[in-house]
Design a protein around this ligand. Structure first.
Ligand code: FAD
Ligand code: DHB
Length: 390
């Protein structure tokens, strides 16, 4: 088989890239290890920057998002019972949109299907041959058989554990890693959200986050040690812990008698692999970088990469101009590192670190008071939260 761009991974980055390329007359094949149902069963990100919303609209998948997504003009931080409103809209002119990654992926699958796009499921990429040449080959396994796709470019949109990043020789690659000594235990439930806005809650017992997917579906997280197992968390235990960490008035009104739809634990890490290009291979999304979820940046960063990458590939394929692909890694990484910084900072000021001394605790308190008293401080947080420009 032959195509112009072979895309490894049918998550949000891979699907969005294939859709944007297709709209510009470039053909691609998406190879995804799991089934469509499995990919759609993953509950992940929920907050979209305006730039992400715009790119999804441009890709022709904005219709249901416009109908069902929620516009949020602000978010809240809390410190025990103290609450601090961050008016994103007033501070930056821009709101954010709450619309789940699951729904975006769903809309993208529908759009690819409607345009006759090729997505091969339950197909595991084994290796990339000739990544450094102009005629790479992606080799995958499906139904016990090996298949080959010849192409001009390969997009590694295969997430943190995928093979694309590892196809870049160690001699050409540098990794930057910070692991945090805790994870987030998340719960999706059929209950109305605790408040209209998201609450990022700091507490001596650990961080908690109140989020949502709709007026009927809530998404909550509590910080847990890495040793915790999801099996040890009954819904009641989760609700009790959440209530202790969020402001008392919010806890008092929390609706907990609804179906639990999902619970899972995710570790927190910061990770960047440089560069994001090797010959004809380009990395996008979690394949190249991971942020801790505190700043709601993971999915937005993936969409940002796809913005740069689709333009670069179009320029190279249609105009024979390599400026975009030559600059892709530097351009993408410059934005990636700023989002890494913001996500690391939000994580640092809001969580309980097990080895934290009294000094660090006072630093966190000072950050909260500074944000409460300084519009400049709030503006900096808001500017990053709503998304830095492309
Ligand atoms: P992915 O969504 O990981 O997609 C990669 C795809 O590649 C997968 O479908 C995978 O099956 C496929 N693949 C892997 N290997 C192969 C192979 N060999 N062959 C073929 N296909 C392959 N972000 C937030 O902003 N907020 C959150 O609350 C949040 N929670 C998260 C929870 C978890 C458990 C994880 C892992 C991430 C979370 N994120 C969150 C981050 C966000 O979901 C990611 O940034 C986003 O999914 C990145 O999209 P992607 O398409 O780059 O990667
Ligand atoms: C959600 C996840 C986040 O990491 C975040 O910062 C905000 C919201 C969510 O899943 O709704």
């Amino acid at each position: 088989t032959r195509t112009q761009v072979a895309i490894i991974g049918g998550g949000p980055s891979g699907l969005l890239l294939s859709q944007l390329l297709d709209l510009n007359g470039i053909d691609s094949i998406v190879i995804e290890r799991k089934s469509r149902e499995y990919v759609l069963g993953r509950i992940r990100a929920g907050v979209l920057e305006a730039g992400s919303v715009k790119l999804l609209q441009d890709a022709g998948v904005g219709e249901r998002m416009a109908r069902e997504g929620q516009t949020h003009d602000g978010v809240e931080l809390s410190w025990h019972d103290e609450r601090l409103h961050i008016d994103l809209k007033a501070l930056t002119g821009t709101p954010v949109t709450v619309y789940g990654q699951t729904e975006i992926t769903h809309d993208l699958y529908d759009a690819r299907e409607a345009r006759g796009g090729q997505v091969i499921h339950e197909a595991e990429v084994q290796r990339i041959e000739g990544a450094e040449t102009d005629s790479p080959v992606v080799v995958y396994q499906k139904d016990g058989q090996e298949h080959r796709i010849e192409c001009r470019f390969v997009a590694g949109c295969d997430g943190f554990h995928g093979p694309a990043r590892k196809a870049i020789p160690d001699t050409h690659r540098k990794e930057f890693i910070r692991e945090y000594p805790f994870g987030w235990l998340g719960m999706l439930s059929r209950t109305p959200p605790a408040t209209e806005e998201l609450i990022y809650a700091t507490h001596d017992r650990g961080f908690a986050l109140c989020s949502m997917r709709s007026d009927e579906i809530s998404r909550y997280y509590v910080q847990v040690p890495l040793t915790e197992k999801v099996e040890d968390w009954s819904p009641d235990r989760f609700w009790d812990e959440l209530k202790r960490r969020i402001p008392a008035d919010v806890a008092a009104n929390l609706v907990t008698d609804g179906e639990v739809l999902e619970m899972s634990i995710a570790p927190l890490r910061s990770f960047v692999s440089e560069p994001m290009r090797y010959g004809s291979l380009f990395l996008a999304g979690d394949a190249a970088h991971i942020v801790p979820p505190t700043g709601a940046k993971g999915l937005n960063l993936a969409i940002g990469d796809v913005y740069y990458l689709h333009r670069a590939l179009e320029q190279a394929i249609k105009n024979n101009n390599t400026a975009g692909i030559d600059g892709y890694s530097d351009t993408a990484l410059s934005r990636v590192w700023k989002c890494e910084r913001f996500s690391w900072w939000m994580t640092s000021i809001l969580h309980d670190f097990p080895d934290q001394g009294d000094f660090e605790k006072r630093m966190q308190r000072a950050e909260f008071e500074y944000l409460a008293r300084s519009e400049t401080a709030r503006k900096s947080l808001a500017e990053n939260y709503v998304g830095l420009p492309y």
